[in-house]
Design a protein around this ligand. Structure first.
Ligand SMILES: [Zn+2]
Length: 434
C-alpha cells in the first residue's frame, strides 16, 4: 500500500470540512458542525471493515477498535494501544470554506499562497528539509486545519494499512477522535474506561520526530483587592480606592518572570484578566512551571506581593486564592518510560530522529494522563498552526503514519524493550493550550 497519496488525499478532504470550535460555549461539542466530520469518519471506519465503531451522539466522540491479529491468549497479554486526534480547528482563524492547496514536489524557497498575495510561507530549516515532498497549505484566506486533521489522516491511513495487512502480528488498537481540543474541553467527556486502552498517543504535534512527554504545571491565582467606596464628592477621609492597590500590584511582577521574557524550560507569572471598580478589583494570574518547586516559589512571590500592597495601601484587603488547572504529564509518563521509549524506537525505524519536546502549555494528553490513560503527544508534522500560513508536508505525514504502524508492531513484539531515549528536549508553542 502506498501511503503518501492515501494520507494526503485524506488530509485534503478532511481539511475542507469546517469543524471550527467556539470559545465560551458551555456544551461539548461547542459547535454542531464537528459532527459532520465525526459521522464521515464513522462511515469510513465501517467501510474499512471496522465493526466496533461508536459515535457519542451527545458529545461528538468517535471510538473504534482495530481488532488484534495475535492469537487470543497473546492478544490478551499484549497491551491495548490508543491513537487519538482532535476533530475541531482553532477559533482564532476562519475555518469556513477551506480550500487546501497541494504544492507538488516542493523545490525550496518561500511559498506564496494563491488566495492572498500577502500570505507567504517563509523558508526555514524544517521547510528546507522537505524539498521534493508535496506541501499542503490553505489558499491563504483561512487556516488549513491540519491541526489536527493531519493527525486524523495519519491515524485513518494507519487503520487502512492494518485492515489491508491482516497477516501482520499486532495487539488490540483503539482509535478515538475528539471534539473541542482547541477550546480546552477535548477530554471533558472522554470515556477512558470505554476506550479500553492501556496507554495512548495523541497525534497532534509539530516537526517530524517530536514527542511531547512534558507539559507545564498550571495554576490560576485569583487576587482580590477590597477597598471602600463612597460618593467621590464627599469622599475625603473615607474612600479607599482599590484600583490603586491593584495597579501597584501589577507593577510588582518580576520582569524576568513574564511570558514575554521567558522561554524554554523557564516558567512564568502572567496577569491575564482584570476587572473591577473602587470597591473591589479582581485579577486573574496564570502560574506556569515545569517543576513543582518552581510552582510553589511563584505562589510565594504572589503572597509577598499581596503583603507589600496591603502594607502600602492601608484599608485595602488583598485576597489570594490559587487553584490547580492542570499538571505536568511527566508525573504520570515518568512511571511508564516504555510508552515514550517505544515511540522513539518506532520513529527511528521510520528513519526519523526523535526528540523530546516540553510543551509550554497543556495538552489533551496531559489531562488524559491524569485521568488514568498515559498519553504523550506525537508529531503530525504541522507547522504554523492556528494561522493562515499553516502547512504540512507529505513526507512528515508519511513519517507519522509509519511511526503509528511501527508502534503497533513493536508493542506486539513482547521481547522488544528499548531503553528510554537520550533525546534532547526542545520547547515551542506548537498548538498547546495556555
Ligand atoms: Zn491540535
Amino acid at each position: 500500500m502506498e501511503i503518501k497519496p492515501k494520507v494526503v488525499e485524506r488530509l485534503v478532504r478532511y481539511a475542507a470540512i469546517d469543524t471550527q470550535s467556539k470559545e465560551g460555549e458551555l456544551r461539548v461539542p461547542s459547535t454542531e458542525k464537528q459532527f459532520a466530520l465525526a459521522r464521515l469518519l464513522v462511515e469510513e471506519l465501517r467501510a474499512l471493515g471496522i465493526i466496533d465503531v461508536r459515535l457519542d451522539q451527545e458529545h461528538c466522540y468517535v471510538y473504534a477498535t482495530v481488532p488484534a491479529t495475535l492469537p487470543p491468549a497473546e492478544a490478551a497479554a499484549a497491551p491495548a494501544i490508543g491513537f487519538i486526534a482532535h476533530l475541531d480547528t482553532s477559533p482564532s482563524v476562519s475555518g469556513t470554506g477551506v480550500r487546501p492547496v497541494v504544492h507538488e514536489n516542493y523545490a525550496g524557497g518561500d511559498i506564496a499562497l494563491p488566495g492572498d498575495p500577502a500570505q507567504v510561507i517563509r523558508e526555514n530549516p524544517f521547510l528546507r528539509s522537505q524539498v521534493g515532498a508535496d506541501i499542503v497549505t490553505s489558499d491563504g484566506t483561512t487556516l488549513l486545519g491540519a491541526d489536527d486533521k493531519a493527525g486524523i489522516a495519519a491515524i485513518m491511513t494507519a487503520v487502512e494499512y492494518w485492515m489491508a495487512h491482516p497477516g501482520e502480528r499486532r495487539g488490540t488498537i483503539r482509535v478515538a477522535f475528539t471534539p473541542d481540543e482547541e477550546v480546552g474541553k477535548g477530554t471533558a467527556f472522554f470515556d477512558v474506561r470505554g476506550f479500553g486502552a492501556d496507554f495512548a498517543y495523541t497525534v497532534d504535534g509539530g516537526e517530524t520526530g517530536e514527542i511531547s512527554d512534558e507539559t507545564f504545571h498550571a495554576q490560576t491565582a485569583v487576587v482580590t483587592f477590597a477597598g471602600r467606596n463612597t460618593h467621590p464628592g464627599y469622599a475625603k477621609g473615607i474612600l479607599v480606592n482599590s484600583l490603586y492597590a491593584a495597579g501597584h500590584f501589577l507593577s510588582l511582577f518580576p520582569e524576568g518572570m513574564k511570558p514575554e521574557t521567558t522561554e524554554g524550560r523557564e516558567g512564568y507569572l502572567h496577569p491575564h484578566d482584570l476587572g473591577g471598580n473602587e470597591e473591589l478589583v479582581r485579577l486573574e494570574v496564570l502560574l506556569r512551571d515545569f517543576e513543582v518547586e518552581g510552582m510553589a516559589a511563584k505562589g510565594e512571590i504572589l503572597k509577598e506581593m499581596a503583603a507589600r500592597v496591603e502594607g502600602r495601601f492601608p484599608g485595602v484587603t488583598v485576597g489570594l486564592e490559587i487553584t490547580d488547572s492542570y499538571r505536568n504529564m511527566k508525573e504520570v509518563l515518568g512511571r511508564h518510560p516504555r510508552v515514550v521509549a517505544m515511540a522513539e524506537e518506532a520513529m527511528r525505524q521510520a528513519g526519523v530522529t526523535p526528540f523530546r519536546h516540553a510543551v509550554r502549555g497543556g495538552t489533551d494528553g496531559a489531562r488524559l494522563s491524569f485521568m488514568g490513560l498515559p498519553t504523550p503527544n506525537l508529531f503530525a508534522g504541522v507547522q504554523n498552526p492556528h494561522s493562515k500560513l499553516e502547512w504540512v508536508s507529505s513526507r512528515a505525514l508519511v513519517h507519522a503514519v509509519e511511526t503509528i504502524v511501527n508502534l503497533a508492531r513493536l508493542w506486539s513484539e513482547n521481547g522488544n524493550d528499548p531503553q528510554p531515549g537520550q533525546g534532547r528536549t526542545r520547547t515551542s508553542r506548537g498548538s498547546a493550550s495556555r
